[in-house]
Design a protein around this ligand. Structure first.
Ligand code: NAP
Length: 438
């Protein structure tokens, strides 16, 4: 057996991901040593409660509640506690004492990323976070390394498994949001408090991380436009299906050129995606990230976006990278923010809308609606009209209009929707969805 140098590894957290990381580190020690060129010695595991039951059997003597003691003197710190504090302080302590850090903590990186990357840069250490966006799917390293010679134009990601599971079941079963959410909670696909997932907060954190990396720009979380899926109804899903679309919660990171100085847009919302787009075929709780780059063209990364053992795979890949760097010496990878492009607000983004209206079925209504749209520079690309029969003799017939617009700025489109909602001929604005991936 090769006599490798030993690296001391501190693991913070032994929950869904941490317990699997510990188990794999202990089980595959020899193989990992060959790959890393160093023996990865699990020095200890910091938790809140050393006696709590674990998903896998792990040696009792490894557990401690003294994270700081464990971190001090470690070569690699793996942070899998989640949350902001004490994860942030522990990571800074590790970096300050010369350790490389591996983390899966998207919430922390999306809010305190620059502070952490700067701390790493000061001491020449590295922060690895492959598992922080899209779980087991390799997307950070491709963006950071494989595409370093290219220019990323757009990323469209399904980066939240819970919402994809809910939308996919609504699509395949015609079920209502509330029923599928309740079932998802029962089956463990959704948390008891599903807000972070269904309101798009989790996807927004991942979008900020992906956009920062792809566009060499610091993207603060509050610059990410965010809408969730709680307003998506079974009717909207059915209408989307009839028009050849599927509704997906997308994280879109886009480089905007349009003749002027470059800028970027980062946004999360439910959007209509053509059913034959690769993202249209992402089912269940799976994740996928579709990347368009100037030279490489379209690339699709697909797989498990969560799960303890799946995420542990991405974490261990980072641990091997960290070990190799530690052995090789020199300064760490560092985050590139050299472009520092401005992040524009949603109003400047060019998209296409699909607007569904219920209108009174009278002569001249279509002309009125086309006029209300064109007043703000929005033009109609497609129109489907169906008659809604009167409920009884006293009622009047209505019509349902599904209007596909040409591309316009989001501010022009939303102002047009406001004008439609205020108009006498419009009985109800049923839904407004953006179209992506055409
Ligand atoms: P988890 O199951 O909640 O486990 C958290 C672990 O951290 C527990 O072992 C807990 O100790 C420990 N911990 C929490 N606060 C602590 C504190 N103040 N001091 C000491 N220990 C503390 O979390 P997880 O699902 O494994 O997620 C870990 C990280 O991976 C998070 O950042 C998460 O966003 C990210 N991630 C998770 C997944 C996934 O599928 N789960 C996927 C991608 C990324 P006790 O066990 O004693 O309570």
């Amino acid at each position: 057996m090769t006599d490798y140098r030993r690296l001391r590894v501190a693991l913070l957290g032994a929950g869904a991901v941490g317990s699997q990381v510990a188990s794999l580190l202990l089980r595959h020690g020899d193989e990992l040593a060959d790959r890393a060129g160093a023996r990865l010695e699990l020095a200890g595991i910091a938790v809140r409660d050393v006696d709590a039951p674990r998903d896998v059997d792990l040696p009792r003597e490894l557990f401690t509640t003294d994270a700081e003691m464990l971190i001090t003197g470690s070569d690699i710190v793996i942070e899998l506690m989640g949350g902001i504090e004490p994860a942030r302080s522990h990571i800074l302590l590790g970096l300050g004492s010369g350790a490389d850090v591996v983390t899966a903590n998207k919430a922390l990186l999306a809010t305190h990323g620059p502070e952490i990357y700067e701390a790493a840069e000061r001491v020449g250490a590295s922060v690895y976070y492959e598992a922080a966006a899209a779980g087991a799917i390799p997307i950070i390293r491709p963006l950071r390394d494989s595409l370093a010679g290219d220019r990323v134009v757009r990323i469209m990601g399904i980066v939240n498994g819970t919402t994809n599971y809910i939308l996919d079941r609504m699509d395949s079963e015609g079920a209502d949001f509330d029923d599928v959410l309740a079932d998802a909670q029962r089956l463990g696909y959704a948390e008891a408090d599903p807000t972070a997932d269904v309101e798009g907060y989790d996807a927004a954190q991942k979008a900020a991380i992906l956009a920062s990396l792809a566009f060499h720009t610091t993207v603060p979380l509050d610059a990410v436009h965010r809408e969730g899926i709680t307003g998506v109804t079974a009717d909207m899903i059915e209408e989307a299906r009839e028009a050849g679309f599927v509704i997906k919660l997308l994280a879109v990171c886009e480089r905007l050129v349009d003749g002027g100085p470059e800028s970027i847009s980062v946004r999360v919302y439910p959007a209509l995606v053509p059913r034959d787009h690769p993202l249209g075929a992402v089912h269940g709780a799976n994740n996928a990230v579709f990347v368009e780059a100037e030279a490489a063209g379209s690339l699709m990364f697909y797989g498990a976006g969560a799960g303890g053992v799946q995420t542990a795979s991405a974490v261990l890949g980072d641990v091997v990278s960290a070990a190799r760097r530690h052995i090789a010496g020199g300064t760490g990878v560092g985050e590139s923010t050299r472009a520092n492009l401005p992040v524009v607000s949603i109003g400047h983004v060019l998209t296409r809308y699909q607007i569904t209206l219920e209108v009174s079925d009278e002569a001249g209504v279509l002309a009125t609606i086309a006029g209300l749209l064109s007043d703000g520079g929005v033009s109609v690309a497609t129109l489907v009209q169906t008659v809604i029969p009167a409920a009884d003799d006293t009622d009047r017939e209505s019509a349902r209009l599904i209007i596909g617009t040409h591309r316009a700025t989001d501010s022009a489109l939303s102002a047009a929707v406001d004008r439609l909602a205020a108009s006498d001929v419009v009985e109800r604005v049923v839904s407004v969805l953006r179209v992506e991936g055409e």
